[in-house]
Design a protein. Structure first.
Length: 517
């Protein structure tokens, strides 16, 4: 028989000794005169006194003489009744205040008479901080849900505004006064679209279209736009390492990160200065701590944005990534920019850190996980005339958006059916052959994906084009055209809508040659 180890006997004294020396709570034993007789290692850590300094001393001395907790402690010790969760302020050896939560109970002798008091104390500063963070997180989640809902509804409105203004602009001569007015309406709508995208990013409810990117290419593509953001009084230096790895990310999110960081740097240099954007490869052999999380070991791509501006004090840096926190004057900013950057980087499983000093500028450093995958290049579909024999079913619960899309498609020469109800969509598909289903992702009672799956059971050749002001957190659609599946972000133009329809029809082998059903 295999050798069996001898059983270990856990005596009460052994367990008590182990607990006394390994617990993170201060354990203090008092005699009947409330003099300290036991002082464990945790008590030394919390209060700063060694056992030799405290054994035989009055426990009351740990309370400030002018504090009301001192007199209350004397009463509680005199009464001898159990105490649980009593929050008090006590003194550390260095004179600082220690916020603790105290439990007290009497130690009884063989005859049952009280012979002393046992005290357990734990510091509660960190506990209070965690409570505060939890409350703040709850508030931010509520604000995020509200922001996401508002942005979704607002995107539906912007779809109508931008859509009709685009159609009007197309029909009017460019030199006409009304045509110029329509262009201004469209420009205002585009600015509003950027704002709603910020809200969606803040609420983390935007649909991401992830693909493999090279950040050097991203910086080059954004160069002209970033130079327009910073103005002529700020010099910009681009330092790109020649052979950085690729990352998997949403191109729009990467653009948002650069735009927000550059705008923040611009505001930090009101008298001009130099902005430096740099990329390089990085590799961590051990876990690395960033602003709020821990990055695992592995390869990363590092992005840094450095300004020579005013810099920030430590207090400002502590609140830097909080939503709606801003040092700008009223009307000069929402305070969403850096919180959105933090949210996007977190979604991409990356990290962000900041180094800054008053009068010496600021550097934001971002680390994104590297990938060995090759960059995915997506070419826009070759413009083709709409197919007049193509029948499209629009399923959208917002009537104004549905009618606008119907006008867009009718103007292109498509045959169009539209409905707000899934049950009606089923009846239409039973009566008429539908080539393309244009369906909103989020609808009452059913999702667009569920409806599409149901219709594909009876029409396997049906092509699906999803659309939404946002998708749920778990919806991540590819940028490339995929047979039977694609996505269109609201708001969109008639040209963009037609391009996507042509794209999914081409994926099925359709051409401009008419077909019959």
């Amino acid at each position: 028989m295999p050798h069996q180890p001898a059983p270990v006997t856990f005596t009460v004294s052994r367990l008590a000794h182990s607990l006394l020396n390994n617990t993170s709570d201060a354990v203090i034993g008092l005699d009947s005169a409330r003099k300290i007789q036991t002082w464990n290692p945790a008590a030394e850590v919390i209060y700063g006194y060694s056992p030799s300094e405290m054994i035989g001393k009055d426990f009351i001395n740990l309370f400030a003489s002018e504090g009301e907790e001192r007199s209350l402690a004397e009463k509680k010790l005199f009464i001898g009744a159990p105490v649980s969760g009593w929050e008090v302020r006590q003194l550390n050896k260095n004179g600082s205040i220690v916020h603790t939560s105290i439990d007290m109970w009497a130690l009884s002798g063989p005859g049952g008479a009280a012979e002393g008091t046992c005290i357990s104390a734990k510091p509660i500063a960190k506990y209070r901080m965690l409570q505060s963070q939890l409350r703040q997180t709850g508030k931010l989640e509520a604000v995020g849900r509200l922001a996401g809902g508002i942005a979704h509804d607002f995107n539906n409105l912007l779809t109508v505004i931008a859509g009709y203004s685009d159609m009007i602009t197309t029909e009017l001569p460019a030199e006409s006064e009304i045509g110029a007015w329509s262009v201004q309406v469209d420009k205002a709508a585009q600015r509003a679209i950027l704002l709603t995208n910020q809200l969606l990013a803040f609420s983390r409810r935007e649909v991401t279209q992830s693909r493999v990117l090279n950040l050097n290419d991203s910086v080059r593509d954004l160069d002209k736009m970033l130079r327009r953001i910073i103005g002529e009084d700020i010099k910009i230096a681009i330092l790109l390492e020649g052979s950085i790895a690729n990352v998997r990310a949403d191109a729009g999110q990467i653009s948002q990160v650069f735009t927000n960081l550059v705008a923040n740097a611009r505001d930090a240099m009101p008298r001009g200065g130099t902005l430096t954007i740099a990329t390089r490869s990085a590799h961590f052999d051990t876990p690395v701590r960033d602003h709020e999380s821990e990055l695992p070991p592995g390869p990363y791509v590092q992005i840094s944005v450095t300004d020579t501006g005013d810099g920030m004090d430590q207090e400002t840096q502590e609140h830097l990534f909080e939503p709606f926190f801003t040092t700008k004057s009223k009307g000069r900013g929402t305070g969403l920019g850096l919180s959105i950057v933090f949210g996007i980087v977190s979604q991409l499983r990356g990290g962000i850190s900041v180094t800054s000093q008053l009068g010496s500028g600021t550097t934001f450093t971002i680390y994104l996980p590297a990938t060995t995958e090759s960059v995915e290049k997506f070419m826009a579909a070759t413009p083709l005339p709409a197919l007049p024999d193509t029948t499209i079913l629009i399923v959208e619960d917002d009537g104004d958006v549905r009618h606008l899309i119907g006008h867009m498609l009718l103007a292109q020469g498509y045959t169009v059916y539209e409905t707000a109800e899934a049950s009606e969509a089923v009846r239409i598909c039973e009566a008429v052959h539908i080539d393309v289903l244009l369906v909103d992702l989020i609808m009452p009672n059913i999702t667009g994906m569920e409806l599409a799956a149901s219709l594909l059971l009876t029409n396997a050749s049906l092509k699906i084009l999803y659309m939404s002001g946002y998708g749920g957190d778990s919806i991540v659609l590819p940028e490339g055209l995929e047979p039977g599946r694609n996505f269109l972000q609201k708001p969109f133009t008639a040209a963009r809508l037609n391009e996507r329809i042509i794209g999914i029809l081409k994926s099925a082998g359709r051409t401009t040659t008419a077909t019959t059903h």
